[in-house]
Design a protein. Structure first.
Length: 280
């Protein structure tokens, strides 16, 4: 179990580090709350090997490298988007399942999945190779997001369309048409792929069987309304309550506020239920 007070011990140290981040506006990637989640787990679990699946520009790579002295493996099929590279990072353009993990000592490792793939499949793949611990950067609530999440598995609601969130649908006619055809084909050949998952009662049973530890890492502070434009209640309820109710009460917060344009504040304090999981 996590001692709630322990979170507070790390906030000032985190803000000192975060104020030095290379990309002041990390569009497409994690911001303040999720970066704190990664920082907190790295500090408290101290893995010797971190697997980062989903690199993009390299914000999370920078965060890992500057939080802990650890070996880093970075995976992204689109390496041309990478701007910041870890000095001693080992880079792969393949998928997590396409890497020979017997070449690494994974005994004390942490996988950080920010690759928008099926989280339930990722847990099975981890078990296949013998990984135990992971962070899922996005743990989408039911009816949201672009990948099957642990929350959706526990809710038994599946993930029946590629993008569930209203505000993130394809906007052009061409995009809508392609998405429609993609989904039709995927559902027709449903048993052969893992992007879409029908609502089911089985995945929850298997999660209960295999999860040793599972918790949502609390945000430091959140906007009044969620990332999905919904109140923080029902499916959007935050299980681990925000550490601060008022932004002004966060120690040293002014160190980062000066870097962030007003129109970006809402993104900076977004939160998508970043979660830590440990398998049996
Ligand atoms: C949300 S971005 C990652 C942001 C990054 N972690 C950060 O915080 O700055 C998602 C990334 O996942 C990558 N991606 C897509 N499929 C992937 C896969 N199968 N394995 C690893 N990365 C993948 C995309 O190319 C994209 O760069």
């Amino acid at each position: 179990m996590i001692d709630k007070n322990q979170y507070y011990d790390y906030i000032e140290e985190f803000i000192d580090l975060y104020s030095k981040r290379p990309f002041k506006i990390n569009s497409n990637g994690m911001r303040f709350n999720h970066s704190f989640g990664i920082f907190y787990i790295l500090k408290t679990r101290r893995p010797k090997l971190v697997i980062e699946s989903g690199v993009d520009k390299g914000h999370s790579t920078w965060l890992i490298e500057n939080t802990l002295d650890t070996e880093i493996v970075c995976i992204d099929p689109k390496p041309h988007n990478i701007i910041y590279k870890a000095k001693n990072g080992i880079y792969f353009e393949d998928d997590f399942v396409g890497i020979d993990w017997t070449k690494f000592n994974i005994n004390n490792s942490l996988c950080i999945f920010d690759d928008h793939q099926n989280a339930y499949s990722r847990l099975m793949e981890m078990k296949w190779w013998g990984f135990k611990s992971a962070i899922f950067e996005d743990n989408f609530p039911t009816d949201e997001g672009d990948s099957y999440s642990i929350k959706q598995a526990f809710d038994e609601t599946g993930h029946e369309r590629i993008q569930l969130s209203e505000g993130f649908q394809q906007s052009t006619l061409r995009g809508k048409l392609i998405r429609y055809i993609e989904e039709k084909v995927l559902l027709k050949n449903y048993w052969r792929q893992s992007i879409l998952r029908k609502s089911n009662k089985i995945d929850k049973v298997a999660l209960d069987l295999n999860l040793n530890e599972y918790f949502e890492i609390p945000p430091i502070y959140v906007n009044k309304i969620s990332h999905f434009n919904k109140e923080w209640s029902g499916n959007y309820e935050i299980k681990s309550k925000p550490l601060f109710k008022n932004m002004e009460d966060i120690p040293k917060i002014e160190k980062i506020l000066t870097d962030i344009p007003d129109d970006q504040l809402i993104n900076e304090f977004s939160y998508c239920f970043i979660s830590y999981v440990k398998l049996n």
